[in-house]
Design a protein around this ligand. Structure first.
Ligand code: TNX
Length: 486
């Protein structure tokens, strides 16, 4: 059971060097025993569960001033911070506001883990990868902005920084495109299995962007082309070469729909959609490109090429799934999902300056069942337990790819079987914490023994908010929450 008040050695050992921290900081050095949390109300207080913790905030100009000589890449400096905790107080140093944000979250996690005390310690921290994402499919089932904010709360708590929204697929069109109003009029009402649909208006996107940025998160919108476009073909007759739109689709097959170079409306459609998403794509506009099973290779290259050109015309970075690796330009980003496929085009893209984002389905496709008994989810890539999501190294997935080309890690949640928030958090948690650990610390190999105790304070915080999660084996969930899962 949780003990309260000042204790030293036992807790020190129990929390190891991480003091209940997920993600694990770059360096954590004990400088003394524990000290009581300095609750306070000064203007610089960091809010923790409704109370203030007194913190001295110190903005510095160079990463060396954060308290370590460790080499820090320029892109890491933005999110880097130093935390010094002693019996004289807490000091949080940072170069950029984002670093202060990450540091405040580390402090919050430590306070929650500590039962009234903090370790006297010096922490220097910065992320291993700059893109630490969650890809969420709101096309198969729709989740409105309020739900997306709850998802972003969970992301923020583990310092994830990209929410990639999959906004269109065969079963639904989920975003307002002012120049093509029929897309949401005709194709947003339904979802998989005949469930109710919905869509994000332009105003919703603007609101979400504000909410995301408050949490240190960037939005990345995705329109998936040329496959996964049945909902668009249904809404817009002139996307069909013969002009007749197919009926709406509510099943879960993939790879049967395609845009066509022969249809009169294709170019105008691509331009309208990309123009509508561009204002919300400062960090990248995802054009999909996956599973083009019924698109001839020449047409595929032309259609993806048209989309990429429009994205580049907006001076934006394009993101696409691995099937489009050969079409991407330096500065773009390729997202790997099926590591069983030949990834030589991904490695080649990495060599010419395309960033590589790792979402290996066997590790962090969070729609995979945990075990055969999981009540929802799929199994096409097998089952994935918490430990599988943790113990892998993103630099080992693509043969022949230099480690520096790995720009990030993104867990994906496809929602064919996910109908409400309870379903969603059951698949997301606890595996999202493992993805976040890999994404911030660089790799999860060999981390299981420490991770399975570091996750307890996080579970306590999920529990306090009433979130449902899967009780993966190997973790003493009851110790965290006092609740026995069935
Ligand atoms: C593959 S991943 C897909 C999705 C499915 C998912 C289900 C990818 C780029 N395409 O369309 O929803 O598998 O796990």
């Amino acid at each position: 059971m949780e003990t309260r008040g000042v204790d030293t050695q036992p807790r020190t050992q129990r929390h190891g060097s991480g003091w209940g921290l997920i993600p694990r900081p770059f360096s954590f050095e004990w400088t003394g025993p524990t000290t009581p949390v300095p609750w306070g109300r000064d203007p610089d207080a960091v809010e923790v569960d409704g109370r203030g913790v007194a913190v001295e905030l110190r903005q510095v100009t160079s990463p060396e001033d954060l308290g370590s000589a460790a080499e820090t890449h320029p892109w890491q400096v933005r999110e880097a911070y130093g935390l010094e905790i002693s019996d004289r107080g807490i000091r949080l140093s940072y170069v950029d506001r984002e670093g202060a944000h990450r540091g405040a979250w580390t402090l919050r996690r430590m306070v929650r883990a500590g039962g009234g005390v903090l370790p006297c310690a010096r922490i220097l921290d910065r992320p291993a990868y700059r893109w630490r994402g969650l890809g969420l499919d709101i096309a198969r089932h729709f989740f409105p902005p309020a739900d997306l904010c709850r998802v972003m709360d969970v992301m923020e708590e583990v310092s994830l920084n990209v929410l990639h929204l999959h906004l269109s697929d065969d079963q639904g069109w989920r975003v307002e495109v002012p120049a093509q109003p029929r897309l949401v009029e005709e194709s947003s009402g339904g979802a998989v299995g005949g469930d109710p649909g919905g869509f994000l208006s332009q105003a919703d996107l603007a609101l979400l962007e504000v909410e995301a940025s408050r949490r240190g998160i960037a939005l990345v919108p995705e329109v998936d082309v040329p496959g996964h476009t049945h909902a668009a073909l249904h809404a817009l007759p002139d996307l069909n070469p013969r002009g007749c739109p197919p009926p709406a689709y509510t099943g879960t097959e993939v790879g049967f729909s395609t845009l066509s170079t022969q249809a009169p409306g294709t170019a105008a459609f691509l331009d309208a959609v990309i123009d509508a998403l561009a204002p919300f794509a400062a960090h990248g506009l995802h054009v999909g490109g996956d599973e083009p099973h019924v698109t001839a290779p020449g047409d595929y290259a032309r259609l993806v090429g048209m989309a990429l050109e429009r994205v580049h015309d907006h001076n934006l970075r394009a993101v696409a799934w691995q099937e489009a690796a050969h079409l991407l330009a330096p500065g773009d980003l390729v997202q790997v999902w099926d590591e069983r496929e030949d990834l030589s085009e991904v490695a080649a893209a990495g060599r010419r300056g395309v960033g590589v984002l790792l979402s290996p389905a066997s590790r962090i496709y969070l729609d995979m069942k945990y075990d055969p008994a999981t009540r929802i989810g799929t199994t096409w890539m097998g089952t994935t337990e918490l430990r599988d999501s943790l113990e892998w190294d993103p630099r080992q997935i693509v043969p022949g790819l230099a480690g520096e080309a790995v720009e990030g890690v993104e867990a994906c949640l496809w929602t064919e079987t996910v109908r409400d928030m309870e379903d969603l958090t059951l698949l997301l948690l606890p595996r999202l914490a493992a993805a976040a650990e890999v994404a911030w610390a660089g790799s999860g190999v060999g981390e299981w023994d420490s991770f399975r105790s570091r996750i307890l304070p996080l579970a306590r915080s999920w529990h306090a908010r009433g979130l449902v999660w899967h009780p993966s084996p190997g973790v003493d969930w009851q110790e965290a929450t006092g609740v026995t899962h069935h």
